[in-house]
Design a protein around this ligand. Structure first.
Ligand SMILES: Cc1ncc(COP(=O)(O)O)c(C=O)c1O
Length: 357
């Protein structure tokens, strides 16, 4: 079947470019001590997670317990849940899951660590912990080295928990357009994390893992020598926001959309915010030949209105839309269709679509 014949809107990705992005990431990390632990939230396809492991990733990162369950039941045996889990029922599930694989969770609170320790005791499991350090996200994590050292010592004292090291994620640096500013932000963050690691060592606390980083900071993290794990997710797909940076990855992900109406001032396509993540930059439209279609986009629930465009498509004409944000777009679809050239080659289940618990 030809990819342009799929019913629209359809989530599609170029299989060759996905493979090439995996190779580019392996190349970028070659010779560095940084290991890849890709973030599952970008694709939410267990099948792609297995391909990432086969191409050298040491395990997966995910954001939610329900994603961790999907990954583990699909056979991934090293999972980092890069968030805090505080609900008692979820803590019990997490402790039980930790019997099945190497499961790591983030912690930033002593009571939460105690609850995890008790639950792991009941389940007969060991839960690995990264204590989170807030390096500027202003969400989870401890804000001072002193508070961090106390929390790390609490985890170390508790039975059934293993203190593995530091979670420190600085997402605000990922999309900074200037490469030199992005690099200096990354270096500043690494210096703070290295100072914390040294303070931990002074107290006799070993730090096996320092985890974080993104597609936008991957190259700097690889040369920095501070982090041991990279949590990049978007590198497999990219999107119109990441495409503005000069990165070694290429866009592979599109929403295939059809022209459903035309009027004096706009071309109307069938992909709105229920088909395109609208939390970052505007989407970019390409015609069937892959040429950029100029114009200004406005998204409604089910429609994309393209204004001020010289494009004069026939009704039913298809466009390839590069989403503004790959991660929030993928979460809107049950399937991701892969293509090679103009032919459909595979249909993958977005197995954790909507798993936000
Ligand atoms: C904790 C964490 N790690 C890693 C990433 C991956 O970032 P990216 O998809 O930009 O590579 C994210 C993205 O939001 C994140 O929240």
């Amino acid at each position: 079947m030809k990819v342009l014949d799929l019913p629209t809107p359809a989530l599609i990705a170029d299989a060759d470019i996905i493979s090439d992005n995996m190779r580019q990431m392996a190349e970028l990390l070659r010779g560095s001590s940084l290991k890849l632990r890709p973030h599952y939230k970008s694709h939410k396809c267990a099948a792609l997670a297995h391909r990432q492991i086969a191409s050298g990733a040491i395990g997966m990162t995910c954001a939610k317990l329900s994603e961790a369950e999907d990954l583990i039941f699909s056979g991934i045996d090293d999972v980092l849940l890069a968030n805090q889990v505080t609900d008692p029922e979820k803590i019990a599930r997490l402790a039980w899951l930790a019997r099945l694989c190497r499961l790591t969770v983030c912690v930033d609170n002593a009571e939460n660590a105690m609850a995890l320790s008790r639950a792991a005791g009941y389940a007969g499991s060991t839960v690995h912990c990264l204590v989170e350090y807030d390096i500027g996200m202003k969400r989870c994590g401890l804000r001072t080295a002193e508070a961090y050292l106390d929390a790390a010592e609490t985890v170390l004292r508790l039975p059934n928990l293993v203190y593995d090291g530091i979670q420190a994620y600085a997402g605000y640096a990922s999309h900074t357009p200037s490469e030199s500013v992005r690099e200096s932000m990354t270096r500043e963050n690494e210096n703070r994390v290295a100072a914390l690691r040294n303070a931990l060592r002074k107290r006799g606390i070993g730090v096996r893992t320092i985890s974080g980083g993104s597609t936008g900071t991957a190259a700097f993290k690889a040369s920095g020598g501070v982090y041991t794990e990279l949590q990049a997710g978007s590198y497999l797909f990219l999107d119109s926001t990441y495409a503005q940076l000069s990165l070694p990855f290429r866009n592979s992900l599109y929403v295939l959309s059809s022209v459903v109406s035309r009027n004096e001032d706009a071309v109307i396509l069938d992909a709105g915010v229920k088909s395109l993540g609208a939390d970052q930059d505007d989407p970019v439209l390409l015609d069937r030949q892959g040429r950029r279609i100029p114009g200004r986009c406005e998204l409604n629930e089910e429609h994309l209105k393209l204004y001020d465009s010289p494009w004069k498509p026939a009704l039913g004409e298809k466009a390839l839309i590069i989403p503004g944000h790959c991660c929030s777009t993928v979460n809107l679809y049950d399937h991701l269709t892969l293509f090679h050239g103009d032919a459909v080659t595979e249909r993958l289940e977005v197995s954790s679509r909507g798993k936000s618990q």
